[in-house]
Design a protein around this ligand. Structure first.
Ligand code: FES
Length: 112
């Protein structure tokens, strides 16, 4: 079971201002939407493009929030990592996240 690692504090992140953190084996990005935080791998599953500067939007009817790859426009579900449209076909990794006081902690990626 992976450990949770502090990646920053609430002051380091805001809606529209994601937080990027480098682990040894993965770089992750945390997005804040309202009071909710989502953590995904910071690389598109189509090509090696960072997702941290992608557009984020939520469907008010379903509550599904997603980020758009800035290169070719695939959207990824921020909760599940699912690729929602082509050209990306596979999900990006997601990571458990929790808040303790002002600290933001992310489940450390496995080294494989
Ligand atoms: S690099 Fe992300 S959709 Fe192509």
């Amino acid at each position: 079971m992976s450990d949770f690692v502090k990646v920053g504090t609430k002051a380091d992140i805001a809606p529209g201002k994601p937080l990027v953190h480098d682990f040894d084996y993965d770089t992750v990005v945390i997005f804040q939407v309202g009071e909710t935080y989502y953590c995904i791998e910071d690389v598109c599953s189509h090509q090696e493009v960072e997702l941290n500067n992608g557009r984020v939007e939520c469907d008010e009817a379903t509550g599904v929030c997603r980020v758009e790859c800035p290169k070719h426009g695939s959207w990824f579900n921020l909760e599940s990592g699912e690729a929602m449209n082509l050209p990306a076909k596979t999900a990006v990794k997601t990571f458990a996240i929790k808040v303790e006081g002002d600290d933001i902690l992310v489940e450390e990626p496995d080294p494989w």
